[in-house]
Write a protein that binds this ligand. Sequence first.
Ligand SMILES: [Zn+2]
Length: 496
Amino acid sequence: MSGTASRAFRLRSSSHRIKDERVAEILPVWQAGLGRMQAEVARLIFTTGELPKWVDAKGWDGGLSQRQWDSVRAQSIAQHKSWLGNCERVFRRTVAASAITGQVRKDLFYVNKSRAWYLPVEGDGVAITSKRSIPAETMRLARRIMKHVRTRVGRPDMRRLRTMVMDGKVAKVETPNGHHGDYWVRIATLIAGKPVVIPLHAHRAFLDRLAQPGAKLANHCQVHVNTDGTVDYRLVIHTPKNPARTGGREVGIDWGMSTLFATSDGHLHGRGFLDRLRAYDARLQPLMAALQRNGIKLRDSRRYRALVQDVRGFITNEVNRCLNRIIADDSIDTLVIEKLNFQGMAREGRLSKRMRRLLSNTGRGAVNTKLASLAEDQGVATVEVNPAHTSRECTGCGYTSKTNRTTQTKFRCGFCGKTVHADIGGARTVLGRSQNSRHWTDRNRGQILTMLDEEFRSRWGLGFADVDQRRNTRGSRVAPTSATPATQANAFPRSA
Ligand SMILES: [Zn+2]
């Protein structure tokens, strides 16, 4: 991993309301501009087959200056770039799960990797590079697949975006000598020659980031107009990405409710997580009930908004704190994780509906943001494996059964008798899946169970009936047969 990492920070502004109003006035004009630009960018993608680097907006007017159009164009192209990235991922998964084989399959992956789905077909093929050309028929197939992909990856309607990404030509970032803020952003308004100057105040996280070696303040500003008319201003800091950690080892992580993170090294992080959420829930529910009784909308209540803010802050801090603790061990260069399922977790935790939604929305965002920043700042990679049956699979012998999990925290294998803390066992299974190339991200739960059973049977020379009979014997542990003594099973741990 190399290049630059960019992060945006919202800074407190001390501008007059009247200035914010003049900035907010730009939004509808900007949105209309984005809509027009978006249509043009899309037209170019679908006719030339390539994401344009430039769109000529001369004479478009529409209330924006040429410099403002430059920013609108850059924002629109950046948005399409990320949209194409999403299409590429879904396309790859679609082909991987399909019955297409041989050269056509290889060609489709190649077309996808080159994002060449819409290159015009002339004659009997398309030359993607001087060395490789793709038959016309495969190109037509690629477009049919893209048609399906696009029903799943909708293009965002940019006319509804409330963030204007303004580059330095229309939002100049300056460092003043006076005391009215740490930065000024000089923003061009809808009236030529009448910019407004917004004072912004730096905070700790922003300054820490800026103090990193090689950090640079970008000369542009993200201006977000909230629905209540207030305006948020974000400045962006570029930092060089740290080189990837190499030569290190992988650690498996299991997410849970009673313990937020358990690792394959045997550590439990965030043990009080669920208790704290329940305590918040005990305050949230009566407050919501009282507001409803009095006919007050939730979002109109200051207390409610503050409490929700607290809960979000707690979840985010807890995720960051635990992941920082885990990677403090710098022999670790890769985190192996299960595909996130906060909704499932939240159901287990017996929380209110509102709290479950808070956890699932905030938790996912916090984890994704943190993992992205670990990759950028620390070079720690993330590998995802399928979570199906990880809590039921024995790391000792491979036997997978619901009855292995005797309580929320206890795992006791019904075949080899191995006992382990359930969450730590789960983390070890997660790690084992990565180390043995059993990521299985495209398989469903049933397919995975079939594969686990197959591995287990062939490992111990058992028949179908043996496995079924064991699984159906609930409660008591099934005695191992003579061919599979507990000692022998433990002598071949899967992750070794
Ligand atoms: Zn076992």
